[in-house]
Design a protein. Structure first.
Length: 352
């Protein structure tokens, strides 16, 4: 096990001991005495009590006693721990609905790279108990407690149509789609110059882009209405208008600030849900709920989605390479020169 991962895991596990050992006020919640209807089925009290105990050991330090993402280890963590009450999970692999138990199990087992959510080797029985218990965090009539709840459509990667074919061709098709029809560079960095992007668009019969966003070689942060962070003082509220500020949202009775989600630079950042081709396929096909990343399962062919997965995997292989630095430098120079040209043209047009 990586030493950093091991030390972080040890710190997380020791936090409850430190908190409870110094006499902090903590009242153990009353045990469940009756079964509960969660996620369309009855879960017995014994499972929920076992789940609570396992949750307290593995999950409480970050996700908190109430599942609100405010555990004693949560302060200062970037990305903040998920608020489990909302039952929205970025990488559950489902479309338009709640995740299946096996989707949640995959997240716990694999963790989320680049965050404090580490891979946890939880025994299967304990893992099931935890998954059932976190469903109790949903408010009455919402999420797992909604009688009309629906599980999302699972997207399971099938056979890669590029397997046995040219890897170079797969990457090139993905590169073209990334910089043309799919327009991934609107949020993620572009890895081709504006001139080349318009050439890709012309190849597909698309009109050229007249103006590109500034800093095209960098990710563009986007505010999320789903993922939030606490505000000082926890201002109470009953609706968004009472919060007042920009990108402030009323969630579970208190005002919170919308999180700015930074789309990854594939040549630099770690990818949360893995870099294997099936992992990348699933993320592209499903999208990422609560962010600007849409689902492409109905917008692209299987071959196109897989080609994008091949291209993104190719980009992740450039991390720390001289090629990555050359791409960034070329894009920065090219984009700045275009911006200066456009500015000069605007000034000339506005001159008397």
């Amino acid at each position: 096990m990586d030493m950093t991962v091991a030390l972080t895991r040890m710190l997380v596990l020791l936090t409850p001991l430190a908190v409870f050992g110094v006499g902090c006020a903590y009242e153990a919640p009353e045990p469940f005495v009756q079964s509960q209807w969660l996620g369309g089925r009855e879960v017995d009290a014994a499972t929920l009590n076992a789940g609570r105990e396992a949750y307290s050991f593995y999950c409480y330090p970050c996700h908190g006693e109430k599942g609100d993402g405010r555990g004693p280890s949560a302060t200062g963590l970037r990305t903040p721990p998920r608020d489990l009450r909302a039952a929205t999970f970025k990488f559950a692999g489902v479309i338009d609905g709640l995740p299946h138990d096996e989707d949640l199990a995959r997240i716990v087992k694999n963790g989320l790279s680049g965050t404090a959510m580490l891979p946890w080797p939880v025994p299967e029985e304990e893992l099931n108990d935890i998954i059932q218990y976190i469903k109790t965090f949903s408010p009455e009539g919402e999420g797992w407690r909604d009688e009309d709840f629906e599980l999302g459509e699972q997207v399971l990667p099938g056979a890669d149509p590029w397997q046995g074919k040219s890897e170079e061709a797969a990457v090139e098709q993905g590169r073209t789609l990334y910089h043309s029809m799919v327009m991934c560079y609107q949020c993620h960095p572009a890895y081709e110059t504006p001139a080349r992007i318009n050439e890709y668009r012309a190849e597909l019969g698309m009109a050229p882009v007249a103006g590109f966003r500034e800093s095209l070689w960098r990710p563009a942060p986007k505010a999320s209405a789903t993922f939030t962070r606490p505000m000082p003082g926890d201002p109470p509220c009953s609706e968004d208008d009472e919060c007042g500020g920009d990108d402030q949202i009323c969630r579970f009775g208190r005002c919170e600030q919308a999180m700015m989600v930074l789309p990854p630079d594939f040549t630099f950042n770690e990818l949360r849900d893995g870099t294997s081709l099936p992992d990348l396929y699933r993320t592209i096909a499903v999208g990422i709920p609560g962010t600007a990343m849409p689902s492409w399962i109905d917008g692209l062919s299987e071959e196109d989605i897989w080609s994008l997965a091949h291209y993104v995997q190719y980009l992740t292989g450039l991390r720390g390479s001289a090629e990555r630095e050359r791409i960034a430098e070329r894009l920065q120079i090219d984009t700045i020169s275009i911006a200066m040209r456009d500015k000069t043209g605007d000034e000339a047009r506005s001159s008397p």
